[in-house]
Design a binder for this molecule. Structure first.
Ligand code: AMP
Length: 307
């Protein structure tokens, strides 16, 4: 496995790989790798001869300096995990390497980037789209792997790649959860013991939304059922709960009016902001808890967003 921190050497190394006829698959991450990231790397390794994992905590997508400062980092553990998984190249650049000067060119995905996470974290998705576009240019992957855990991010990256005719297939991978339903996230490491217990409130809210969606056609009613679960958890503060059209993340006039409904929830648990989502299945039966760590939940195989 080669570990590269300079953009120029990355390009050279991958030019050689591509010249050798090997397909390059990219898994962009911010490090502190866990089983969710591992599932993306496994999927990439199954489909591409050469897997590149990028590890970069991108300052452009943080709207709060304290959030950026305390984001978990553990590069040596990340490198050990990547080496054990047969990753070909890890790209771990410094901030100065990625942004030698403040970028004047920023990728902004209109509408999709302005709702939900975009409201709570102004500029966040411009930062995400810009760094992903840069990584696509530097790595030149034919495939790139993103988690459904960050459903809005996945939708935005897909849309950016389509709008800008980027020659890369964006692959969405199902959310990996803990036994009790909590979606794996690097931010979970910041939770205290009691907050960790309370953090299951997000997946419980999604389950409540799925149950409420049975025989219900009003998105607001489903959102209310989700919000009520979060309101009952003293350590949690709801940011948003919504039932949306999976294609563009807008709230539909009726659930039955759209082909696929996605439930979204975001809440602060203690000082830690967490997000989660799942598909609202026609039978309303998603069960997020009880899936083994490292296993995909039952939304696996659902169509990824096409927005
Ligand atoms: P991050 O390091 O949090 O920026 O995440 C890097 C990639 O891993 C993103 O595409 C995430 O959506 C994905 N990811 C994070 N957590 C999970 C999870 N629990 N299951 C599947 N993918 C995940």
């Amino acid at each position: 496995m080669q570990v590269v921190d300079a953009a120029s050497s990355l390009r050279r190394a991958l030019d050689e790989v591509r010249t050798g006829g090997e397909a390059v698959g990219l898994v962009p991450t911010m490090g502190a790798l866990h089983a969710g990231h591992r599932s993306l790397i496994e999927r990439a390794a199954g489909e591409c001869a050469h897997v590149v994992v990028s590890v970069f905590v991108n300052p452009l997508q943080f709207d709060r300096a304290d959030d950026l400062a305390r984001y978990p980092r553990d590069l040596s553990a990340d490198l050990a995990l990547c080496a054990a998984m047969g990753v070909g190249t890890v790209f771990a650049p410094s901030v100065a390497e990625m942004y030698p000067e403040p970028p004047r060119t920023v990728v902004s995905v209109a509408a999709l980037g302005a709702r939900w996470e975009g409201v709570s974290r102004p500029g966040h998705f411009d930062g995400v789209a810009t760094v992903v576009a840069k990584l696509f240019c530097l790595v030149g992957p034919s495939m790139a792997y993103f988690g459904e855990k960050d459903f809005q991010q996945l939708a935005i990256v897909r849309r950016m790649a389509r709008d800008l005719s980027m020659p890369v297939s964006v692959v969405g991978c199902p959310t990996v959860r803990e036994d009790d339903g909590l979606a794996l996230s690097s931010r979970n490491a910041l939770l205290t013991r009691s907050e960790r217990r309370a953090a299951t409130v997000l997946s419980r809210a999604l389950e409540a939304g799925c149950a409420a969606g049975r025989g219900e056609d009003r998105p607001e009613a489903v959102a209310r059922a989700m919000a009520a679960v979060v309101a009952a958890e003293p350590l949690a503060r709801l940011d948003y709960a919504a039932a949306v059209d999976a294609r563009d993340l807008s709230v539909p006039s009726a659930l039955s009016a759209v082909p696929e409904v996605r439930l979204l929830v975001a809440a602060e648990v203690g000082q830690v902001r967490l997000i989660d989502n799942c598909a609202l299945t026609a039978h309303g039966g998603a069960t997020l808890a009880g899936s083994r760590r490292g296993r995909h939940n039952r939304t696996a195989g659902e169509p990824a967003p096409s927005a």
